[in-house]
Design a protein around this ligand. Structure first.
Ligand code: AMP
Ligand code: GLY
Length: 443
């Protein structure tokens, strides 16, 4: 009997997940359940349900009614809400951790404590504050060199960094007061200097299969300027590393993921079945952990799933059945560049309702994934957030970047994208930044 696979969520990440499932030789039936309709996902699905993705009975009712045999959860909110628990309880194997295991993302202090308790390297200095007691001393101890984080999920809005958002100790104290007044615990940690990268692994709780390292670009404008966004684009290199990382950096990040999956599974008394996403900083003193996510990254998933050569259904079965050691996971040994096209005014005041015209033809090396796009009277309409992403592959980063740029440049006028992602100049700056931090001589 062929699989009936439910995808929960409806952004470009879930579109890339659906497209990867749709390539499977097992020809699964695909279903989606989400809060909004993504026409790109809808075109690949037999059923599309609309409703709350954080309400366990709503999601399980849909899955049971449609005889789902396997589920995959895209975003973090349903994981934190226990949707995986409810689906497993209903007899539906699910890719994505249960609520307890998802604390690796939903609680910053749980994760830092787990690393410390388990002797896993990678933590900077950190301290959790349930109240304002001791805050002024800690801020004074790390002048201009700290980061303040809401301890819980805050949709990317709960982090403020010295030099970016916090310019004086008074700014830091004000943000802590704001968090405390809202009844939120928070963490103050050392600000790490270096280059960020993401290392994602498929996990069945015992075996991990690592994906190529990816670099996301969170800032809205070229040169990493402007406010933070969900991510404007990302790239990978043909060898699975990144130009500014050493082989030892990649190996260290993989080892940390392996140790964390083991520690987490043992701490929770249950295997971590899903994607483990380590957000790391390469620094002068090695690889440090910024945060963990319990799911695919967006945009990272777009690069990774475009390059994935192994049948995603087989990998998911390996994760839920605990047989990932029998699955040989392969990615095309190519570079990839992903760029999001976003509406004018994004992220603070995005223009809505603009018609989205898709190119009549695309080069075979380019995939398009839709995000905040609705279909009204047969037309695609932008709904305000990141609109769509193009992922191009190539033998080199330069090939992939040029191909991607050619496609996204089609959206001019009321749209924009980052022109610098994956360019030789931007990458050279990152390599030079790491060379300086490591105190290495210029080649
Ligand atoms: P997060 O929500 O934890 O991903 O944090 C958002 C962003 O804040 C990260 O992508 C980093 O750019 C930055 N950040 C978080 N923690 C640190 C840290 N300890 N040092 C430097 N930057 C950080
Ligand atoms: N790429 C950042 C995230 O998915 O959280």
């Amino acid at each position: 009997m062929s699989e009936r696979i439910l995808i929960v969520g409806s952004g470009a990440r879930e579109h890339a997940i659906a497209a990867a499932f749709a390539r499977s030789p097992q020809k699964p039936a695909l279903l989606c359940f989400s809060t909004s309709m993504n026409p790109g996902i809808d075109a690949l699905c037999t059923h599309y349900g609309l409703g709350s993705i954080t309400d366990p009975p709503t999601v399980t009712d849909f899955a049971i009614t449609h005889d789902v045999t396997l589920a995959m959860i895209g975003p973090e909110a349903p994981l934190a809400a226990g949707i995986a628990d409810a689906l497993w309880h209903a007899g539906i194997p699910t890719v994505g951790p249960t609520q307890t295991l998802a604390r690796i993302e939903s609680s910053k202090s749980y994760t830092r404590d787990l690393l410390d308790r388990s002797g896993i390297p990678g933590n900077p200095f950190f301290r959790r504050f349930p109240s304002l007691e001791g805050v002024a001393e800690t801020v004074a101890q790390w002048p201009g060199r700290h980061v303040i984080k809401d301890d819980g999920l805050a949709g990317g809005k709960g982090v403020k960094v010295c030099g970016d958002h916090l310019l004086t100790p008074a700014d830091s104290l004000a943000f802590c007061r704001e968090l405390a007044a809202a009844g939120h615990a928070f963490v103050i940690e050392e600000k790490l200097e270096g280059e960020e990268f993401s290392l994602l692994s498929f996990s069945d709780g015992r075996t991990l299969r690592h994906m190529p390292a990816v670099q996301d670009h969170k800032r809205v404008y070229d040169g990493d300027r402007g406010p933070n966004t969900g991510g404007m684009g990302s790239y990978t290199a043909p060898d699975g590393g990144l130009p500014f990382l050493t082989a030892a950096d990649v190996a260290a990040a993989r080892t940390i993921n392996e140790q964390v999956a083991a520690a987490l599974s043992s701490d929770c008394g249950a295997p971590y079945r899903g994607i483990l996403y380590g957000g790391f900083m390469a620094t002068a003193s090695g690889v440090k952990l910024i945060e963990y996510n319990a799911r695919f990254g967006d945009p990272e998933a777009l690069n990774l799933l475009t390059l994935l050569e192994t049948d995603l259904v087989a990998i998911c079965r390996g994760m839920v059945d605990g047989t990932l050691h029998t699955v040989d996971v392969r990615f095309a040994p190519q570079a990839s560049v992903c760029k999001y096209v976003v509406p004018e005014g994004y992220p603070n005041a995005p223009r809505c309702g603009e018609r989205v015209a898709l190119p009549a033809r695309l080069p075979p090396e380019v995939s398009l994934y839709l995000s905040a796009v609705d279909q009204r009277e047969g037309l695609l309409i932008a709904t305000g957030s990141r609109t769509l992403a193009a992922v191009a592959t190539g033998a080199t980063l330069a090939d992939a970047e040029q191909r991607c740029e050619q496609v996204v440049a089609e959206w001019s006028g009321h749209w924009f994208h980052r022109g610098d992602i994956g360019t030789a100049a931007a990458i050279a700056r990152k390599v030079e930044h790491m060379r300086q931090l490591r105190g290495e001589a210029r080649p």
